[in-house]
Design a binder for this molecule. Structure first.
Ligand SMILES: C[S@@+](CC[C@H](N)C(=O)[O-])C[C@H]1O[C@@H](n2cnc3c(N)ncnc32)[C@H](O)[C@@H]1O
Length: 366
């Protein structure tokens, strides 16, 4: 049994990582601040969200009236279909319900809907959620969930990380607005980057440099190298670095220009010793300058600049245009051919010596 739990926890990878309430609150606030009516009259679908665990369902149900939602739909994945099988126990909420079906409960997904006051307290909130079994296991790719997707206005969730690429295409296919959590590596995916470049998708308002702590099941096993907090807000957590929000909903941070110094002032006053020492190096095989830090972008440079991926945390489409990324097809389309992986730029060791480079996004001032 102990062994089984161990392999379950390992196999689950990070699919059973649950988003903490305060992350959702902070990110969604940014959209509400920018446009208080952003969710008014809208149907939101949360397609990987069992209210038992999901703070997305809790958050949007609790804010149903304030946001003026038309309908909230949350669907969950059947326990039997999950990679991680441990610990599923139907709650009293479920077993005491007349529709509870012992045979169905492990193999069927569920649908939870909220659109009117049931309890009679004059408010629409979590207590008014109604549920039913789905026909299938609640896979977001199933016909019935696809139908819900097509009928919704906005898709919001933290999807299974192992299926992120597929999930992302699933949203984009439907042309709905969305707000989802994913790994920042996805920025470079062939299907994602063009949308970022064309300002159809952007990263969320919360800075993604710090990593996020997700709630994990009680039998989750940490890797030996894990050095971060194991508990937060009374729950067991695991830190995932490089995670960010992807969105097609507008927020204010995108429209604030990055405060920058001129080229000459950077060379004189930059806090980065690399800039002072090397100024701005040019790439060997691409006509652009290397800018190893977002805050060192020279405000008056009119040519192409290679900046770190984390630039997207501060990117404003009114200030800069994105031309490409130093990897894959985009590198090729920019004429960067000498190195397919696009390792064209220069990075520095702690002593300031140029070393093996990271990936870059190529930008130009507007
Ligand atoms: C990263 S967790 C996040 C859960 C929740 N959205 C949250 O943020 O707390 C992803 C969830 O999707 C479920 N899942 C895995 N494969 C799925 C699929 N094909 N369709 C729907 N849900 C799936 C997992 O079991 C897991 O509960």
């Amino acid at each position: 049994m102990a062994n089984k739990n161990l392999s379950n926890a390992k196999n689950s990878k990070n699919d059973e990582f649950y988003t903490q309430y305060h992350y959702i609150e902070k990110e969604v606030n940014a959209y509400i601040e920018y446009n208080p009516d952003v969710f008014r009259g809208k149907t939101i679908l949360l397609p990987c969200d069992d209210p038992e665990w999901s703070n997305f369902t809790k958050y949007f149900a609790q804010n149903f009236d304030r946001f003026g939602l038309k309908r909230l739909i949350s669907t969950s994945y059947a326990p039997e279909s999950k990679m991680y099988k441990g610990g599923y126990q139907p709650t009293l909420f479920e077993t005491l319900d007349p529709q509870y079906d012992k045979k169905k409960t492990n193999i069927k997904g569920k649908i939870f809907t909220l659109d009117h006051d049931i309890t009679g307290d004059g408010r629409v909130n979590f207590n008014d959620l109604e549920w039913n079994y789905l026909k299938g296991d609640g896979d977001f790719r199933s016909e019935e969930v696809v139908k819900l997707r097509n009928e919704a206005d906005i898709i919001i969730t933290n999807p299974p990380f192992s299926l992120f690429r597929e999930f992302f295409m699933w949203i984009v296919e439907a042309d709905n607005d969305f707000l989802v959590i994913g790994h920042m590596n996805a920025i470079k995916y062939r299907n994602v980057f063009p949308l970022i470049k064309e300002n159809k998708v952007w990263v969320g308002a919360t800075n993604f440099n710090t990593g996020m702590y997700f709630r994990v099941p009680d039998d989750f096993i940490y890797t030996e190298s894990y050095k971060f907090k194991r508990e937060q807000n009374g729950v067991k957590v695991n830190r995932v670095p490089g995670v960010c929000w992807f969105s097609s909903i507008d927020h204010g941070r995108r429209h604030q220009p990055i405060p920058l110094m001129t080229f000459d002032d950077n060379i004189k006053y930059s806090k980065h010793k690399e800039i002072k020492k090397y100024n701005y190096l040019k790439y060997d095989n691409y006509d652009a300058i290397e800018v190893p830090f977002t805050d060192a972008i020279p405000s008056d440079y009119t040519g192409v600049m290679g900046v770190p991926i984390s630039f997207l945390n501060k990117y404003s489409p009114e200030q800069f245009e994105i031309l490409g990324v130093s990897t894959g097809d985009f590198a090729k389309s920019l004429g960067i051919t000498t190195n397919y992986r696009g390792r064209t730029d220069v990075q520095f060791t702690k002593d300031g010596v140029p070393k093996c480079p990271y990936e870059r996004i190529f930008i130009k001032a507007k």
